[in-house]
Design a protein around this ligand. Structure first.
Ligand SMILES: [Zn+2]
Ligand SMILES: [Zn+2]
Length: 312
């Protein structure tokens, strides 16, 4: 596995762009009036992709030595270069991606970065580009440290992460229906449409990267139901095409909540509870204001409501 995955993704760029062109043309013909693409949304997605790519390039410089440290000192096995070891790396990283993705919907600190990917109300191939430059700060890279301990070199880790993300481009589309038996093994457009939907029955489901077996094993799988068409985006829409606001809005809200809540435990909740904690907190504040005429704050003993991530 001695190849440069970044070059592979760069080589794939014309394929990605061709897919976007085909999808925009195809959907305009087959679903006229649906307006599944908008220039402003697509440009915002492209800007977010460029910002994230630049941040990632810098971040890898700092993160690769960390993987090297764990690989050199703590690896439990040395893998020969073979397809079998590639298969182990692929499956292990995909499982870790599932864990990362599920945590990203359940821990506000991680959601603050991941919300960017979900905040568009459209779903098309360009949505795949909608990423956050804050992932390195949020700590996405920490989830791949076990791969170094398993015995995979830093360059192999970076490569498999990029390959996994590259695959995920192809599941962001409304132009492809169900894919038969593939739905039982792989993440597909139908499965990922559910993940981007804010309908009650779809919210916080289908976290798969490449393999959907993890969702089926761990109880987070839901089928796309033609009677309940996905409605895309987050429950409290952003209403902006500004990539900076899209990137930082949840970090700003989290910082404001952190400074306004009282007590250490609530400050920790403001950062690490499920995102619904914030909605609950603001509902209580609003109720307190309505009753007393002034803002109330949650005290140490209040327990947060553990709900879903799309109700920020
Ligand atoms: Zn997600
Ligand atoms: Zn997605």
């Amino acid at each position: 596995m001695q190849f440069d995955a970044e070059l592979l993704l760069l080589a794939m760029a014309p394929v990605f762009l061709a897919c976007i062109g085909w999808e925009a043309w195809h959907l305009r013909r087959t679903r006229p009036g649906a307006q599944l693409y908008s220039w402003r949304d697509t440009l915002c997605n492209a800007a977010l992709a460029l910002m994230q790519q630049a941040a990632d390039k810098l971040a890898w410089l700092a993160i690769i030595p960390v993987y090297a440290f764990f690989y050199d000192r703590y690896r439990i096995h040395t893998w020969p270069a073979s397809w079998a070891s590639f298969a182990v790396l692929f499956v292990a990283q995909d499982l870790l991606y599932y864990v990362f993705h599920r945590c990203s919907h359940r821990v506000r600190w991680l959601w603050a970065a991941h919300v960017v990917h979900h905040s568009s109300e459209r779903m098309n191939f360009s949505t795949a580009f909608r990423q956050s430059l804050m992932y390195p700060i949020a700590g996405m890279w920490l989830f791949w440290v076990p791969l170094a301990v398993l015995g995979f070199a830093p360059t192999q880790i970076v490569a498999i992460v990029l390959i996994n993300l590259g695959f995920q481009f192809f599941v962001h589309t409304q132009a492809i229906g169900k894919l038969g038996w593939l739905e039982y093994v792989f993440n597909t457009p139908s499965i990922h449409r559910v993940h981007h939907a804010r309908n009650d029955r779809y919210i916080d489901r289908n976290y798969a990267g490449v393999l959907v077996i993890w969702d089926r094993l761990f109880g987070s799988y839901v089928d796309e139901d033609p009677r309940d068409a996905p409605v895309y985006g987050i429950v409290k829409p952003l209403h902006t095409y500004n990539p900076l606001r899209a990137t930082f809005h949840e970090w700003a809200a989290m910082a404001a909540d952190f400074s306004s809540v009282r007590g250490g435990r609530n400050k920790l909740r403001a950062l690490f509870a499920p995102p619904a904690w914030a909605a609950d907190y603001h509902a209580r504040r609003a109720a307190g204001s309505a009753v007393s005429g002034e803002a109330s704050s949650i005290n140490e003993n209040n327990t947060a409501a553990f709900g879903t991530s799309r109700r920020p």
